[in-house]
Design a protein around this ligand. Structure first.
Ligand SMILES: C[S@@+](CC[C@H](N)C(=O)[O-])C[C@H]1O[C@@H](n2cnc3c(N)ncnc32)[C@H](O)[C@@H]1O
Length: 281
């Protein structure tokens, strides 16, 4: 795997893709008959850790959003820039909720360019993500992955691995990138509020999610009718609903904007994907 300019020029330290090394083997806990959000996203990003059922689901997204791969790449670029900003501001510990199948550069790779001792806990509820991250845990002390559902903040925040690596008396970088569109609007605000409350001043909230405002007409309805039956809720918030998730935090410049435009000069795609970085003061 080589360094990619789209990745901010960061060279990944580990190639996590077991399918390249061991193409016939699939962890037994993986259900290959149902698509998964993590594997669809992996396919959209050009990864190899997905099955036919995921690729079929992704193709439904390509019908409505032919540039969805560009949107996903822009979202990863947003992640890199946001983590770099936090690291340069002194953040040494990160909680990445809905982390996905490892995609380089990941949070710890970017943060450790600035702080080689940065600690990162990755959280996801997909067994495939866990299987990949087991290798990562073995090779990177200070990096861990926990199998938790982010909709249960009490469970996540009390997880012994989270408690072991994250000191909540110190500022934390909390990431909710590309995941809130799987959490319904009516419960999402309270869930994010619970995480915000756990953070001390000086902490950051980095969040990106799809947005109704700016998305091609009919796009969200298409996603809901084709993907939701397979994946569960596919939620698009208004820009105002996304901004509410930062309540009590100061949004850093340029505020809540398309991820392609957050401290970059990209072009928004057919699927609007807003991102912002908030600071707890
Ligand atoms: C589209 S991927 C985003 C990955 C990464 N954060 C990024 O933006 O590049 C969404 C990830 O969130 C995970 N996810 C969805 N709902 C979740 C939940 N309730 N709890 C934990 N993880 C969840 C999925 O399994 C998937 O790996």
């Amino acid at each position: 795997m080589s360094s990619d300019p789209a990745n901010g020029g960061v060279t990944p330290e580990v190639d996590w893709s077991w399918t390249e090394r061991d193409p016939g083997w699939v962890p037994p806990e993986i259900d290959q008959s149902k698509p998964s959000v993590a594997r669809i996203y992996d396919y959209i990003l050009g990864g190899k850790d997905n099955f036919a059922v995921d690729r079929e689901a992704a193709e439904k997204a390509f019908v409505m959003f032919p540039d969805v791969r560009d949107v996903a790449v822009a979202n990863r670029g947003f992640l890199v820039r946001a983590v770099r900003l936090m690291a340069e501001a002194g953040i040494r510990q990160y909680l990445d909720l809905g982390t996905g199948i490892p995609t380089s550069p990941n949070v710890h790779e970017v943060a450790r360019q600035t702080h080689p001792d940065a600690r990162v806990v990755y959280v996801d509820n997909d067994p495939m993500v866990m299987a990949h991250n087991r290798a990562l845990r073995a090779t990177s002390p200070g990096v861990a992955t926990v199998h938790q559902d982010l909709r249960d903040p009490a469970g996540v925040l009390a997880d012994p691995v989270v408690r072991d690596l994250i000191d909540f008396d110190e500022p934390v970088g909390l990431l909710l990138i590309g995941v809130m569109h799987f959490v319904p609007v009516d419960i999402g605000a309270a869930i994010v509020a619970r995480y915000r409350k756990a953070l001390v001043p000086g902490s950051y909230l980095v969040l990106s999610t799809q947005c109704v405002d700016g998305t091609v007409a009919g796009g969200i309805e298409h996603a809901e009718s084709t993907l939701a039956p397979m994946l569960g809720p596919v939620v698009a918030r208004s820009a105002a609903q996304i901004e509410e998730l930062f309540e009590g935090f100061d949004l850093l410049e340029p505020g809540l904007v398309d991820v392609s435009r957050w401290r970059a000069d990209g072009t928004p795609g057919t699927l609007a994907f807003l991102g912002g970085v908030g600071l707890k003061t």
